[in-house]
Design a protein around this ligand. Structure first.
Ligand code: UD1
Length: 418
């Protein structure tokens, strides 16, 4: 398996183009089988989650073709409804296939889904929503067997604004009879992107981005060509990298409103930020003040997917920060690795107390999950001396060429075969 070799201590300068949003592309791929016609998603990142998702589509019988950075899905011949392969165990997004497979084939079988090992990640809200639409579910030998002979619109109130459950309910209701109203829906920008994509295919979805989404079922969806929004988490990772290393970087492609919670926090760290349309300019002298409190929340709150990177930042900022992780139970797996670099962090339950130290020192580190791996990479970039970040398969799930992009703005980072 590959690893990063990183020589810390270089300032970052230059511009970074962000990739399309991983969490958008994955759900759009799931949605692509809602029509038998051809769907093209433009500018897809070369990341393993996308490759796994395409393999799931292929297993269903779809043709998936990558060319010039785009992916084209033709699912006219798709007929398989069994999602219970080893792939679905690896990739949590496979659960999003449930809604579209049920709409298309009226039947599905999945094994309990996998994904990053960052907590329990139950799917009760997904199943609750699907049942409301008329899906009959049954658990058999570790599989969930679903039947949806007739999908009928319903009023569905989610106890928690789950991103995946909101998306799955939309996918299962686009062709249902009548209207579906989802209240306390997730408001993440990727859900708005799904709405735009589906409406381009002829669906009747409105309200995404607010907490009430209304889906008017339609008879038929047709093919389309779509460019997804850019990745706010990748953009955030680069902004935090520049804050920590010092320098001047322009991150291109992400709209302010999609990343406002991070911008507020970076301003507290004394970074200078200037925004022009979808270009975010950050200037940092590397001497940071800590955030007093960061609490992860559903959008528009502070994203859990940037919590690990902000743990790294606060570990070298002056002062102390209380970091509360409200979304996932075990999302502090980067902390023991940061402590090995000299960080002063205490974790109790869902809260980490991060006391800033003067500097971190290089170490051999292991990425234990996607964002934790990015956090360790950033810590290594500003640490004294040399570090190795191993277990890159986690980072490869979500970042397309992280090392290349960092090198282009002046970081000393190489990817080598371990
Ligand atoms: C999505 C994102 C992930 C991000 C997360 C929160 C994708 C592919 N992944 O994950 O990057 O970190 O949103 O912004 O888009 N929950 C339940 N029951 C359910 C569903 C969720 O209890 O049926 C809980 C989860 O355990 C978790 C919380 O709700 O504590 C948030 O999960 P959810 O919003 O569903 O996240 P994902 O869709 O899995």
């Amino acid at each position: 398996m590959d690893k990063f070799i990183i020589e810390g201590g270089n300032r970052l300068c230059g511009a970074v183009q962000t990739q399309s949003a991983k969490n958008s592309v994955l759900v759009l791929l799931a949605a692509s089988i809602l029509t038998e016609e051809q769907v093209t998603i433009e500018n897809v990142p070369h990341i393993s989650d996308v490759l796994h998702m395409s393999e799931i589509l292929q297993k269903l019988g779809a043709d998936v073709c990558f060319a010039d950075g785009n992916v084209t899905i033709s699912s006219g011949n798709a007929a398989e409804r069994d999602l219970s392969s080893h792939l679905t165990r690896e990739l949590r997004s496979s659960v999003f296939m449930l809604g579209s497979v049920l709409t298309r084939f009226k039947h599905a079988r999945i094994s309990y889904p996998g994904g990053c090992d960052i907590g329990l990640r139950p799917i009760d809200l997904h199943l609750f929503g699907l049942k409301k639409l008329g899906v009959k579910t049954e658990e058999r030998d570790g599989y969930i067997v679903c039947n949806a002979e007739k999908l009928v619109g319903a009023n569905i109130h989610l106890d928690f604004p789950s991103v995946g459950a909101t998306e799955n309910i939309i996918l299962a209701s686009v062709k249902a009879q009548g209207e579906t109203v989802i209240t306390n829906a997730a408001k993440e920008p990727e859900i708005r992107d799904l709405q735009d994509f589906l409406n381009q295919m002829g669906a009747g979805v409105r309200g995404a981005g607010t907490d009430t989404i209304v889906v008017r079922g339609v008879q038929r969806l047709h093919g389309t060509r779509f460019t997804p929004i850019r990745d706010r988490i990748e953009a955030g990772t680069f902004l935090i990298a520049c804050a920590m290393c010092g320098g001047e970087v322009c991150v291109e492609g992400v709209k302010r409103q999609n990343i406002a919670a991070l911008i507020n926090k970076l301003s507290e760290n004394t970074c200078k930020i200037h925004i022009e349309n979808d270009k975010i300019y950050i200037r940092s002298n590397g001497k940071l003040r800590s955030n007093r409190h960061i609490e992860t929340l559903p959008f528009p709150g502070f994203p859990t997917d940037l919590q690990a990177q902000m743990t790294s930042l606060n570990s070298i900022a002056a002062g102390a920060c209380i970091l509360t992780e409200n979304l996932f139970e075990t999302r502090f797996r980067h902390v023991p690795e940061l402590i090995r670099m000299g960080a002063d962090i205490t974790v109790k339950d869902r809260t980490a107390l991060v006391r800033g130290v003067e500097r971190l020192h290089g170490a051999v580190l292991s990425a234990e999950d996607l964002r934790g791996g990015a956090a360790l990479t950033l810590a290594a970039l500003c640490a004294e001396g040399k570090s190795e970040v191993c277990n890159l398969s986690h980072i490869d799930r979500g970042y397309d060429g992280l090392d290349k992009k960092l090198r282009a703005v002046g970081a000393k980072i190489e990817r080598v075969r371990a």
